[in-house]
Design a protein around this ligand. Structure first.
Ligand code: SF4
Length: 490
């Protein structure tokens, strides 16, 4: 059954749409087995802090180069504007684009607005945004406060679209809507699919690559196959987004990010989605490249590419395998990217014994169980004995990390790396998903691991001067102590 319903202003949350969970204690294999049916979320009796849907929607919408974003929220919800503006400006420089500030506005809902209404503030802010920056489209992200007020924002925005002559589009993403913060990505894509993307005029040779703001590693391969890489959504324009329905295919770098838009483009406009799990690790990359060749009708060409890449990277990888043999690793990251890191480390001979992953999607919007990267990891590299879905709860992560005592910690998000360093564990942060993608990605990772392991003296010294905020009582409990309920239905 299709999960895409553009008649509704709000995207259905991942818990209901995909059966996603934010709590699980077990092994990777058990999680894969449960994902085939009967996976049940383990609720927490205690939580430290959570990611917010609103931030993830903003993450995708805030770097569309000629759009503006209005956050219909108290000003505190806009506290992440500066970070996205920083990234936006850095990535413009990387791409040689003209310098521009982010076009971000907030309605600054106050206490009395929650009683008397905030629609007038919304209208005023949208008009002010239009007058100031003349965007090609305005996205309105919502918040817990605007959600609680419960006003009919949709009809207000429709009227403003008429008045201003540009799409003014809601992206409902109240923090309390979903415990799975990646629902915010879906909210952004739902808004783009509903009000920006147009039916195709003709088919092109472009391939949509749904990503954050990663490096442009697909240009060469796709160019050699006669196709053109089109990186979306950050750093694209409204005009480019209007025509993503004309692309020859859609590729994921991280299905946790882009499951919704890829399925939407396929189901609504026939743009085929590459459903093979993304290319992490040697064998995973072989599988992905063959899948791409089949999708783009270039099966013969990709076999030559695989052969030449193997002869280039295998001897290098073999040397690193010898070097890393016997080392253990701890992984913490979002769902699909965490699974990608497990594949990369396993390929390089490290043993991933523990993973603290933020959530888990048992299936993606395409409904194809073969797209599951975790199942591929277990099949190709074996089980991860402790695979904990931790919803980014630092207190659980620290407890687990102390038990695991790994030789290396790899994290995808900045706030988590400090815990490894404080415990004297060499810790590596990789923010660019594309960094580890494909054949070259394995070597990129190996070099970064080598550098990180060299920093052992630094983290050892750091740990001697670090304090731990958690009590001895907590550190003696099981990491899943505050989780309630079983991991499977009885
Ligand atoms: S939308 Fe809600 S959860 Fe998100 S930042 Fe605002 S108040 Fe916090």
């Amino acid at each position: 059954m299709s999960t895409i319903n553009l008649n509704e202003a709000s995207v259905e949350i991942r818990e209901r749409r995909l059966g996603s969970v934010t709590g699980f204690c077990g092994s990777a294999k058990e999680l894969v087995d449960c994902s085939c049916g009967g996976l049940k979320d383990m609720k927490r009796g205690f939580s430290q802090c959570l990611g917010c849907n609103s931030g993830q929607a903003f993450c995708q919408l805030s770097m569309i180069r000629d759009a503006a974003v209005v956050n219909h929220a108290p000003v505190g919800c806009a506290g992440d504007f500066f970070g996205f503006n920083f990234t936006y400006r850095v990535e413009q420089t990387h791409r040689g684009l003209p310098e521009a500030y982010g076009r971000y506005f907030c309605t600054c809902i106050e206490e009395h607005d929650t009683i008397f209404g905030a629609v007038q503030k919304l209208e005023n802010t949208v008009r002010r945004a239009y007058e100031r920056v003349h965007p090609k489209a305005i996205f309105v992200t919502t918040s817990c406060a605007s959600g609680i007020i419960g006003e009919d924002i949709e009809s207000v925005l429709d009227a403003l679209s008429e008045e201003l002559g540009v799409p003014v589009v809601s992206a409902p993403c109240e923090g309390f809507r979903s415990r799975v913060w990646t629902t915010g990505f879906d909210a952004a894509y739902h808004a783009i699919l509903r009000k920006i993307v147009k039916p195709p005029r003709k088919k092109t040779n472009k391939v949509n690559i749904v990503n954050f703001w990663g490096s442009h590693i697909f240009d060469e391969l796709l160019g050699a196959l006669g196709y053109e890489a089109q990186y979306i959504v950050p750093l694209s324009t409204i005009e480019e987004l209007e025509h993503i329905s004309e692309a020859a295919a859609t590729i994921h770098v991280c299905p946790s990010l882009s499951t919704y838009i890829a399925a939407g483009l396929e189901q609504l406009y026939g743009v085929p989605e590459l459903k093979v799990p993304p290319a992490y690790g040697l064998r995973g990359t072989d599988r992905w490249v063959r899948g791409l060749g089949k999708l783009l009708d270039r099966e013969k060409e990709v076999e030559e590419y695989i052969k030449s890449e193997h002869s280039r990277v295998e001897p290098v990888i073999e040397e690193y395998r010898k070097k890393f043999d016997g080392l253990t690793a701890f992984v913490t990251a979002g769902a699909a990217h965490g699974q990608a890191i497990v594949a990369l480390l396993s390929e390089l001979g490290l043993k991933v014994k523990t993973a603290a992953i933020y959530h888990h999607d048992p299936i993606y919007d395409n409904g194809d169980p073969k797209s599951d990267l975790l199942a591929q990891d277990v099949e190709l590299y074996g089980d991860v004995p402790t695979y904990h879905v931790c919803n980014k709860q630092s207190f659980e992560l620290v407890n687990q990390l102390r038990r695991a005592k790994p030789d290396l910690m790899v994290a995808r998000h900045g706030g988590m790396t400090i815990w490894g360093a404080k415990l004297g564990i060499p810790t590596m942060l990789v923010g660019d998903e594309q960094f580890g993608f494909g054949y070259q990605g394995i070597i990129n990772y190996a070099r970064r691991i080598e550098d990180t392991l060299d920093a052992i003296e630094f983290v050892t010294n750091l740990s001697k001067h670090s304090s731990n905020p958690y009590t001895d009582w907590w550190l003696k409990q099981e990491p899943g102590h505050f989780m309630e309920g079983g991991r499977k239905n009885a």
